[in-house]
Design a protein around this ligand. Structure first.
Ligand code: IMP
Ligand code: MG
Length: 185
């Protein structure tokens, strides 16, 4: 993208109020499921940071939080197909009830990899919550235990999600016009 879009040029997909209402519902569902344990949230940087911040404040069960970072998209909205951890967790997860918090499930490669790597560290349980799910783009079969919204095959930004590091701060979720670029398998 040589000329970045101004914020007003980005069509709206999900309004902030709708996102907040759904995050509250997810938090209620998760709180019910983890009543008898201390939930350990693992946020995937950077995209999930705002979602995780809102989710934790709506939870009614105690929780602890850690982060890891994975290699993310470059400037062209097309996945490289390669996933690697660029910042690992600070805390061990053995024996903990771990919930991975992701911004979006797209090809499924990132979450498939994370579920694999983290399950090898012997957590007591391991589940996945994603705010957004693009099932039409799935290459690796992964299912989220909790999912906020199914969205069409468009490249979205805002509420933590970026395009070339831009637009993360926007409170609504928008999409990039003409950037619904299919990924190479
Ligand atoms: P996956 O490995 O293809 O499932 O992609 C997961 C990661 O790619 C997400 O955690 C996001 O960081 C990024 N991603 C996928 N789709 C989008 C999008 O539409 N907008 C912004 N980031 C995206
Ligand atoms: Mg992400």
């Amino acid at each position: 993208m040589s000329q970045p879009f101004t914020e007003s040029e980005l069509p709206l997909l999900l309004e902030a109020a709708k996102i907040q209402a759904r995050v509250r519902e997810l938090a209620a569902e998760i709180s019910r499921d983890y009543q008898d344990s201390t939930l350990h949230l693992v946020g995937v940087l950077k995209g999930a940071w705002i979602f995780l911040a809102d989710l934790t404040r709506y939870l009614s069960v105690p929780c602890t939080v850690d982060f890891l970072a994975i290699q993310s998209y470059g400037a062209n909205a097309v996945s490289s197909g390669e996933v690697k951890i660029t910042k690992d967790l600070d805390l061990g997860i053995e024996g903990r009830d771990v919930l991975i918090v992701e911004d979006i499930l797209d090809t499924g490669r990132t979450c498939h990899y994370l579920l694999d790597v983290l399950s090898a560290r012997s957590p007591r349980s391991l589940k996945l919550v994603t705010l957004l799910d693009k099932p039409a783009h799935r290459i690796v079969p992964v299912r989220a235990d909790y999912s906020g919204f199914e969205i069409p095959d468009v490249f979205v930004v805002g509420y933590g999600l970026d395009f070339d590091q831009r637009y993360r701060h926007l409170p609504d979720v928008h999409y990039i016009p003409h950037a619904g670029v299919p990924k190479a398998p």
